[in-house]
Ligand binder design. Structure first.
Ligand code: PXP
Length: 252
């Protein structure tokens, strides 16, 4: 029986540091805490505008992942300048995301239905795979049939389903039945082609429950809520609580 994996996104530890241009809070210390509490991987997003994670953080966090023998999941946009940086960081996973400078956070999945964008993602994947033959690539997308079929065409190792809109609807007390149906359909498409099915964005200890109950997702990448709740509870406690919660919902 396997338990869903927890990727902790520590971007917002860096957000707090960058807000004052200080050396604290330390992302390295945060990574140690996450791994000591059995987080399954570290997720970081090196944004083009470097608003939180910096290039030097990627190097330091690589060492922490190596020390614990745990994977680094590097989220990145498809800007050409990111490719060499990503290859030098040797992440086990790269999650390609759409990136707009003016957005507050990633606002949706890659628009792979658009041919121009599809081709740009394809070229990026080819260059990344040439530089890192062992690399696994996941694509951050909506649970949309056309888009998922294009992920299969791209031979993605995984898709990470954008759960941001689901999470907002849940938080507002609205029905999430439509989202759950889409997630189920998406899972069937991915299972047929052996593409792993992950989820991320906007998740909390409460809105994640229907997703855990559905047993659709093998991995969750969670950041903003974990770091926010850590203010009150401590990072070790929040990560530990998620791990214990996940244990209650084995994938079977
Ligand atoms: N997964 C992806 C692809 C993301 O872009 C983000 C945000 O950086 C997350 C997961 C984590 O989202 P949140 O911070 O809302 O938990």
């Amino acid at each position: 029986m396997s338990i869903p994996r927890l990727g902790v996104n520590i971007d917002h530890v860096a957000t707090l540091r960058q807000a004052r241009g200080e050396t604290y809070p330390s992302v390295v210390e945060a990574a140690h805490v996450c791994f000591k509490q059995e987080a399954d991987q570290l997720t970081i997003h090196l944004r083009e505008d470097r608003r939180h994670i910096q290039d030097t953080d990627v190097d330091s966090l690589r060492l922490v992942c190596d020390r614990y023998g745990k994977p680094m999941n590097l989220e990145m946009g498809i800007a050409p300048e990111m490719i060499d940086i990503a290859i030098a960081a040797r992440p086990e996973w790269i999650c390609l995301v759409p990136e707009k400078r003016e957005e507050r956070t990633t606002e949706g999945g890659l628009n792979l239905a658009d041919d121009t964008h599809f081709n740009k993602v394809k070229t990026t994947m080819k260059k990344l795979r040439a530089g890192l033959p062992q690399l696994k690539i996941s694509l951050f997308v909506e649970a949309n049939e056309t888009v998922l079929k294009r992920c299969i065409e791209l031979k993605a190792d995984a898709v990470e389903i954008h759960t941001g809109d689901f999470a907002m609807a849940f938080n507002r007390g609205e029905s999430v039945d439509g989202f759950m149906k889409e997630f189920e359909v998406g899972k069937k498409i991915c299972d047929d082609y052996g593409v792993a099915y992950h989820a991320g964005h906007g998740l909390t200890d409460v809105n994640i429950i229907p997703l855990l109950e559905s047993k659709l997702f093998a991995e969750y990448n969670i950041g903003h809520w974990i770091i926010s709740q850590a203010v009150f509870e401590g990072l070790n406690s929040v990560v530990d609580r998620f791990k214990k919660l996940f244990e209650k919902y084995p994938l079977g």
